[in-house]
Unconditional design. Structure first.
Lengths: 261, 367
């Protein structure tokens, strides 16, 4: 673990502080103050992403440091989207998710700027990674809600949380599918194959299939199987963590997606 | 009538459970494939049992249209299921096994995947395998390489150029001195010990300067450092040089005498310009068919040439003299179906999700 003493590091730490402060305010039922501080945190996170973009001269999605920076920035707008459009989610837990995902960017991953190699110089690079980044945030929110259904005191509240998790996961699955399809298309243009049997691709596919199984489970006529749903969402989230981190960093996998490490 | 309806409902339930189990099985196989490595996973998923599985899945996609009215009536679900079947069909048609079957089916033979080595200024049409030795087949046209070149990112003088400390290992009148070099992990303000020289180094300033007086003179770094050995401390600077001319700084100043420095192996600092990072590899190609130029394109990574049923990708090159390029050649059989399938699956999933969200909002408003 290292503390970053440059401007980039300070922007990350300020964002984390604001997100955590907003979480505390919302938990203390200070809704207006909490939302204002949370939005301020988002503006700092956005400034952090823009600063990085200016520093490196390309869309900041090249490595894990930049991906986690973007995860932190996407948390608030996706939280607002889920709240206003999907009527789902809890802003305070979203802010905690935002602070947590910024931790690796702030303390673990090196922020040394890296040039884009030839394979990443594609108009599909940003949409592919952005789609996955948004999907991961949405699926994390859905997982939190799905697990929270077991803490509900009333069956109706549990069912509402399960349905809210389903709505968020539906949107997350659109982004996950977009990421997978754009990635396959890009692979065809860059490497000659839309599927290269790479460990990152295999885990991405496994993640997608787990969520697809979840949606098929929800569509079974008759019973709702509300208790099995969270198991699928948690399983999918574990697969996401493995895809994003373990495949990129662990030596047991050698992947052409090593740019992301 | 009610009994029939119940049976149908039970059958649909079983079919959905079969889908859930099938998807989880496929997920488990994908995870197993990730541990098998790229070649292992490719072999596993292209094996005969896997072909049976893919065929079964494609049939399940189509069967879902018959079993579930919702799939037929819902545009999104219909597109997603049809798209998946199309992807599976296209993938099987584009596989190596399907290419082997082409002559037996009365179709023009095509090579599934190969490589084309094209010397600069010349043409080639003979595809080889990854070893470059085994010939796989001949293209019905020639690919001519006009020029191959590499583009680099400019070297940033503000970035930390590598500094190495060298100690002479052996002297000989007949040979140049043999240096034992080790790279220093330096940063402004950070002390670094150089055990081979018995010196502690600390960079105190990293600035830029121009070599020469004219406006176009290149900018190079100047690294000012404190060097300490025992109770002697000197301040010296290394100024970056032009390509092929690394900066040198003999560390004699911290030694009591020149002979002591010589006995210690003449420790010397070197600072060399870092190798520029590659920005792109490019091949200017022309396709010659029946004696006439049929197509022309400068290809690079992410921008292949598509002609005559094949895609041509920038794959490798002559690493010594840039005298030839190596193109990966991939048959496009099955790709249009797979591409159409991608569009259908993506659009179908998006449509269904939007529809689900709109219906949920409508239900909440009515409550």
């Amino acid at each position: 673990m290292t503390i970053k003493t440059d401007v980039q590091g300070e922007l990350i730490y300020l964002t984390m502080v604001l997100y955590l402060l907003a979480f505390v305010l919302l938990a203390a039922q200070r809704r207006r103050a909490g939302r204002a501080v949370g939005f301020a945190g988002f503006l700092v996170a956005l400034a952090s992403v823009v600063f990085r973009w200016w520093s490196v001269g390309h869309v900041p999605l090249r490595d894990l440091f930049e991906v986690f920076l973007m995860l932190g920035a996407l948390t608030v707008p996706l939280s607002i989207l889920c709240d206003r459009v999907l009527n789902a989610g809890d802003r305070k837990w979203d802010l905690l998710i935002g602070a947590v995902v910024l931790f690796p960017a702030g303390f673990v991953f090196s922020g040394a700027p890296r040039l884009l190699p030839p394979a990443l110089q594609s108009p599909l690079f940003a949409p592919h990674v952005l789609a996955y980044t948004a999907a991961y945030v949405l699926m994390a929110k859905a997982t939190v809600l799905a697990v929270a259904q077991f803490g509900a005191r009333e069956p109706s509240a549990a069912a509402e949380r399960a349905d809210a998790a389903y709505r968020i996961a539906s949107l997350g699955f659109v982004m996950l599918s977009a990421g997978l399809i754009i990635g396959a298309w890009w692979g065809k243009l860059a490497w000659g194959d839309y599927w290269n049997w790479d460990p990152k691709e295999m885990w991405s596919l496994a993640t997608w299939l787990i969520y697809l199984a979840y949606f098929h489970l929800r569509a079974i006529p008759g019973r709702r199987y509300s208790r099995a749903g969270p198991v699928f969402l948690v399983g999918g989230m574990i697969a996401i963590v493995i895809t994003l981190l373990v495949v990129s960093l662990a030596r047991i996998f050698s992947s052409m997606h090593s740019y992301a490490g | 009538m009610q009994a029939v309806s119940r049976e149908i409902s039970r059958f649909r339930s079983s079919a959905m459970w079969a889908a859930v189990i099938g998807l989880l099985l496929l997920a488990a196989l994908a995870i197993a494939g990730s541990f098998a490595g790229v070649d292992g996973a490719r072999a596993m998923f292209n094996s005969a049992p896997a072909v049976v599985l893919w065929t079964l899945f494609a049939q399940m996609m189509l069967a879902s249209l018959l079993i579930f009215r919702a799939v037929r009536r819902n545009v999104g679900l219909l597109a997603a299921h049809l798209g998946t079947a199309l992807i599976l069909a296209g993938a099987m048609w584009g596989s190596a096994a399907a290419h082997h079957l082409r002559p037996a089916l009365g179709l023009t033979p095509k090579v599934h995947k190969g490589y084309l080595i094209v010397p600069q200024g010349r043409s080639a049409n003979e595809m080889v395998d990854a070893t470059g030795v085994t010939q796989l087949g001949r293209l019905p046209f020639d690919v001519h390489l006009e020029k191959f070149w590499i583009e680099h990112y400019p070297v940033d003088p503000a970035e930390r150029w590598p500094i190495m400390v060298g100690v002479i290992q052996s002297h000989s009148e007949q040979r140049l001195p043999q240096w034992d070099l080790s790279t220093i992990d330096w940063k402004v303000g950070k002390p670094v010990d150089l055990p081979a020289a018995g010196i502690r180094l600390r960079v105190v300033e990293h600035s830029l300067t121009r070599i020469g007086q004219i406006a176009q003179a290149p900018t190079v770094p100047v690294v000012k450092m404190e060097l300490r050995r025992g109770d002697r401390t000197v301040t010296q600077a290394l100024t970056g040089g032009l390509p092929g001319a690394p900066a040198r700084l003999p560390l004699a100043g911290v030694f009591a005498s020149a002979s002591e420095w010589f006995k210690a192996g003449s420790p010397t600092l070197f600072m060399d310009r870092p190798a520029p990072a590659v920005k792109d590899y490019k091949s200017a190609l022309a396709v010659i068919e029946n004696g006439k130029e049929a197509a022309r394109k400068t290809i690079e990574v992410n921008h292949p040439l598509h002609y005559g049923g094949y895609h041509f990708y920038q794959y490798d090159y002559d690493q010594d003299r840039l005298n030839y390029t190596v193109l990966a050649v991939v048959s496009d059989s099955g790709w249009p179906a797979v591409a159409a399938g991608f569009v259908l699956v993506g659009a179908g999933i998006a449509w269904h999700a939007v529809r689900t969200i709109i219906r949920a909002r409508r239900r909440r408003r009515e409550q």
